[in-house]
Every structure is written in structure tokens, then in C-alpha cells.
Design a protein around this ligand. Structure first.
Ligand SMILES: Nc1ncnc2c1ncn2[C@@H]1O[C@H](COP(=O)(O)OP(=O)(O)OP(=O)(O)O)[C@@H](O)[C@H]1O
Ligand SMILES: [Mg+2]
Length: 373
């Protein structure tokens, strides 16, 4: 993998940011003077070591936004305040969005995005390189062998998986199970990572996580510590939580992001035909934010749940369709339909996937979580 050389400074950035921002006056000459002043004052306080470091794109989650050439302390503060505090976030967000979110000029935004892309080496790659990356993508076991086989080894990272189905079919239960399973070591079907759970319906239940952890022989307290959750109270709040997720992912070693459910707020807030276009546009942007997360963070699985709508004009077959229309249909990498089966059984069906054949798996929701029938 190509590595780029850059210069990283070891310094107490937060302190210097404060000092600088109080002194700051907007003149180019002054700012260059200041930077030389800054160096001397730093060398008095502490020795500034400059060292050549080799940056691997996959190892840059903690890379400092302020290390992008040309990003001064004021710009850096604006970026960080708006949630853009990782290179990955900056590299993949359109400059126009950064302009709007941070109040930064067009040229600066373009420069920042270009610099972040250069550092991360986000250029054309050969299919071989893509294959190399896909081969190594981690998967999260569902706890049910039939489901894992259906999905080619478990829930995949590097894309969005949508679980849709009627109420009480087990979507939320699967999400809880994945939050536990992602923590397992690789040898047991996990990624040894943590989970972020955005709960829009108030159905997040630590007690279920404890039951699942116990039945898998894991320490429940430890399992709970590694799951970070936020209740989204409306669609705007949900959008902000996902925009803020970059920070959480980088800080907390997150390998799984759950949004349960993705569109219930949007559906309840935008009622009537006249509001449909607005709703779809917002939803589209929200899904793009999610897609960016899965594009930039290696080994991150994004799982969203969705309800169904019954189509009254379908006479043969299942009349249920996922809600969200085309916007959602094109966004999820893998769409899985969950329905009730015989007795207590549930059935999962692959509805859409770029690499999996259509097929079904049967599972059961038990006290201890998702299991084979
Ligand atoms: N402790 C438990 N033991 C066994 N089964 C359980 C337990 N807790 C929940 N369930 C099962 O999970 C089902 C609910 O599943 P879940 O909450 O995942 O549905 P959902 O698909 O998310 O529905 P909705 O669309 O309403 O959000 C219940 O019907 C019940 O059968
Ligand atoms: Mg649910």
C-alpha cells in the first residue's frame, strides 16, 4: 500500500490554539509572522520535535486535522466544532458541505479536501487492490449458523446492511446481538471492536444485552461498556448524531454502527404527499452520511432497520415492501427481509446484494439471543 511522507509535530496543540485565536487578526503577513513567533515561543516552552512519519491510510484515524498543510488554528477549530475531526471525514465530504457546515470559504474547503485525499491516497486502485481489501474485510457473526452461511460468513463490514420486516420479526433483537458479537475476538466471529447504537424508537435494552452476553460466556459489564448509545428524538437529531459519529468512531474503536430504525422519524414527521420530496431529500443526505462512514472507516459495519408497507394491489406473493422508496433501495448494499415463520421461527431472506445469491435462513429468538432453530 502506498505510503505518504509528511511532517507531524509533537506539540500541545490545544493550549496554542487558545492563545493564537485571541491574538489573531486577519492579515496574511501577520499570520506568517505569527507562525515564526509561534515556533520560537514553543521552543521556549518545550522542544518541538519534527520527525518524518510514514502514514498508512488505515492507521490514520487519530491523525490530526490541524496537520493538514494550510489549516490554521481558527479553521481547525471550525472543522472540529462541526464534527470534521478526522482526515477520513474530510477526504470524502464534498467541499460545498464543509463550506456550509463550518463557514469556511470555497477555496479553503477545496484545499482541505484535496490535502486530506492526498494524505490518504484516495486515488484509482486496481481491481486486485480492491479484491485484496475485500478479502480482508471482517464479518460479524449473527450467532446463528444458517444466517452466517446465507451472508457468506456473517454481517459484512464496508457497506450498509438493511434489515426490513414487519413489527416483532426480530430486527431489534438482531441489532442487539450484533453489538455483543462484534466484541468477540476474530477467532470467534467478531472483530474485537465496539458498537454505536442510535435508537430512534426507544427499544434499546441493556437487559437484553446482558442476557445475550451471559449466554455467550462474556462478562456483561464489560460488554455494556463497549456499546455506546444515543436516543434520537427526531429526524434532525438523528442526522446530527450520524454527523457526529465520526468523532465517536475514531475515539471509541467502533466497528459497528446501528440505526434502529432508520426512517421512522422521517415517516412520522413528513406526512402527506406535499412533503414527500423534502423527506426523500433529507433521507437521501442522511443515507449519504452513513455511506461515507462505511466508505472511510475500515472494517465498519453499518446496519439499519426499516419497516414495511403493505401494497394493497399485490394479489400474489408477499404484499410487503420496504419503506423509504428508491432512495433507500439504492443506498443499502445488502437488503435482508425478515418475516415470521412457523411457530416461533423467523425467516431471513436476501432481497438484494451485489455478491450474495437470493436465499433464506431460519432463526429463532431465544432468551440468550439469536440462535439456530
Ligand atoms: N427475552 C426474550 N426471549 C425470547 N424472545 C424474545 C425475548 N425478548 C424479545 N423476544 C422476541 O423478540 C420479538 C421482538 O423482536 P424485535 O423487537 O426485534 O422486533 P422488531 O422487528 O424490531 O419489531 P419493530 O418493527 O416493532 O421494531 C418479540 O416478539 C419476542 O418474540
Ligand atoms: Mg425494533
Amino acid at each position: 500500500m502506498a505510503k505518504k511522507k509528511t511532517t507531524k509535530k509533537k506539540s500541545s496543540k490545544k493550549k496554542s490554539t487558545k492563545k493564537k485565536s485571541t491574538k489573531k487578526k486577519s492579515s496574511k503577513k501577520k499570520s506568517t509572522k505569527k507562525s515564526s513567533k509561534k515556533k520560537t515561543s514553543k521552543s521556549e516552552e518545550q522542544k518541538v520535535e519534527e520527525e518524518e512519519v510514514s502514514i498508512d491510510p488505515l492507521d490514520t484515524l487519530d491523525y490530526n486535522v490541524g496537520d493538514i498543510p494550510g489549516v490554521g488554528s481558527a479553521t481547525r477549530k471550525k472543522l472540529v466544532d462541526a464534527g470534521y475531526d478526522t482526515l477520513q471525514a474530510l477526504a470524502i465530504i464534498p467541499p460545498g458541505v464543509i463550506m456550509e457546515d463550518c463557514g469556511i470559504g470555497e477555496k479553503t474547503s477545496e484545499k482541505i479536501v484535496k490535502a486530506a485525499r492526498d494524505i490518504l491516497n484516495l486515488d484509482y486502485k486496481s481491481a486486485e487492490d480492491v479484491w485484496e481489501r475485500r478479502k480482508n474485510l471482517a464479518r460479524i457473526t449473527s450467532g446463528c449458523q444458517q444466517i452466517d452461511e446465507l451472508l457468506g460468513g456473517g454481517f459484512e463490514t464496508g457497506g450498509i446492511t438493511e434489515l426490513f420486516g414487519e413489527y416483532r420479526t426480530g430486527k431489534t433483537q438482531i441489532c442487539h446481538q450484533l453489538c455483543v458479537n462484534v466484541q468477540k475476538p476474530k477467532s470467534e466471529g467478531g472483530i474485537d471492536g465496539n458498537a454505536l447504537y442510535i435508537d430512534t424508537e426507544g427499544t434499546f435494552r441493556p437487559e437484553r444485552l446482558i442476557q445475550m452476553a451471559e449466554s455467550h460466556g462474556m462478562d456483561p459489564q464489560n460488554v455494556l461498556k463497549r456499546i455506546f448509545t444515543a436516543r434520537a428524538y427526531n429526524s434532525q437529531h438523528q442526522i446530527i448524531l450520524i454527523k457526529d459519529a465520526h468523532r465517536q468512531i475514531a475515539e471509541h474503536n467502533i466497528n459497528l454502527v446501528i440505526v434502529d430504525s432508520l426512517i421512522s422519524h422521517f415517516r412520522s414527521e413528513y406526512i402527506g404527499r406535499g412533503t414527500l420530496a423534502n423527506r426523500q431529500q433529507l433521507l437521501n443526505q442522511h443515507i449519504h452520511d452513513l455511506q461515507r462512514l462505511s466508505d472511510i472507516y475500515p472494517n465498519l459495519a453499518v446496519i439499519v432497520t426499516n419497516q414495511v408497507q403493505s401494497k394493497p394491489d399485490v394479489f400474489f406473493g408477499d404484499p410487503n415492501r420496504a419503506t423509504g422508496g428508491h432512495v433507500l433501495a439504492h443506498a443499502a448494499t445488502t437488503r435482508l427481509y425478515v418475516r415470521k415463520g412457523k411457530g416461533e421461527q423467523r425467516v431471513m431472506k436476501v432481497k438484494d446484494s451485489p455478491n450474495l445469491p437470493e436465499g433464506e435462513a431460519i432463526f429463532v429468538i431465544s432468551d440468550g439471543g439469536i440462535i439456530d432453530p
